[in-house]
Ligand binder design. Sequence first.
Ligand code: GLC
Length: 565
Amino acid sequence: MLKWWQRAVFYQIYPRSFADSNGDGIGDLQGIIDHLDYLRDLGIDAIWLCPHYPSPLYDCGYDVADYTDVAPEYGTLETFRQFLAQAHQHDIRVILDLVLNHTSDQHPWFLASRSSRDDPKRDWYVWRDGRDEGPPNNWLSAFGGPAWEYDPTTDQYYYHYFFKQQPDLNWHNPQVKAALFDAARFWLDMGVDGFRLDAIGTIFEHPDLPDHTASCSQLELYAATHLGGADPDWVQEQWEAMFHYQVDQPEVHELMRELRAVIDEYPDRMLVGETGEVAYYGNGSDELHLAFNFPLMETERLTPAWVRANQQARLTALPHAAWPCNTLGNHDSSRVYSHFGDGTHDAELARLSAALVLTLRGTPFLYYGEEIGMTDFLLEDSSQFRDALGTWVVEAARSMGLGPAEATALGARFGRDKCRTPMQWSGAANGGFSPSTVRTWLPVNPNYARGINVASQIDDPDSLLSFYRRLLRVRRETEPLIEGDYVSLHEESGDYLAFLRRIPGGQTCLVILNFSPHTHTLRFDLEQQTAQLLFSSHPRSPSDHLGALKIAPFEVYVAQVGPED
Ligand code: GLC
């Protein structure tokens, strides 16, 4: 029997940007409550809610100032309870974002910790003496610049893997563990269904603080990573060398086992980790329930060869009993529509991307707005940036001699505001997210006025939204698409991906995703020679002969191929 989180389709909500119920330009929990019918009709089963905790918002909520409360602009604990209860009434589960690696520098724990070397909370964070008038070593923050910040009050440095406004907690201290486990219990007791664990790979550092050995600058490496053109092996090597001692340390697995034990005290809860590493599944049942298949999305193009190689590697690497988890976009990446489009067939490729993530074996995670084809919105005025990462890139690029426009373009591309703009609900001003007179916290992408909004698409059978809704329904009603194993077919094809999802001894589905502008007539030597259509992006007859199956350019085709009913 599969668990709910193996059957579910998750939908990630960035609360600031989903729905603004009180007209202040900022999304809130009541806004989500107001759209639960929309989500149920869309056909998703669970929400991953990005951080909703009080926060000074230096990192858009990933700098938590109180783990057991709700940011006032999103509502109160009471609103949260209502949201949870109503989501459950809609048969939608809710998992929260748990940020374990660091707190905000405004969290009372850190304020106490930095106040004196003798403070009882001093050892809750990672404090070290400097070396030769400088920081303890040459480690870098993933968000730019040194990973150590000097604090004159106590004449020591504290460590931060992310922004300096996000000091790392010292997880070697049992009090830290107890405090964060208590916070997790607070929400579990309230009834939340699990957690997405933020940045777990960064929780521990190498205790000896060895210097990193990368040979290029951080900006050089980031530019090579994001702008393409560099030798991927070199890029990989430099990342390894730069952050090797700061990520994926062995101690974190012990911690994940302990956290799993806490979760397992409650019936039917789950953990999904922000990591692409299969090692975090542990033995398949003692660490995380799910770890994202990030390697799948780490490409410019979802070609059949890429997907095949990814599935081959991923499914073989998973420990026994571990369940895969696929996603193509989130609040840190480009939007699916922009990322995997080719500039000519974007609409077709968006359908193929959706079909891919919804038919591969594993739990799919969708990102809000993906279902209507929201695109990246590159801000041209850096004063509108809300993501400090984008601002850092602008400043770094300026210091390297780039002109203001070029630096802003780089910042917009590298920063994450581009994929966090408000949900586009209608063709009304502000995309129906906030009243027309309000300035939204990030500008709404003006393409809301060109049909990229829920209201324009909801009753249009040919819209992307209708495509998602139809496919989500078929997935829910087609057991092999949930439970079935994955068997790759026609591996020589560079144009299309073909695979079976089979329940041993039960039903089988054939999935064909034609990523090319070419028509193909395919032949499959399967036991049953007729295919009963379950879903197609193109008009088709209800059954086909597998001796000559004609597939249209960019077609998505899903059929039942056995056994005969
Ligand atoms: C994770 C989050 C990202 C955040 C970072 C620091 O990577 O997904 O948005 O900035 O952690 O918390």
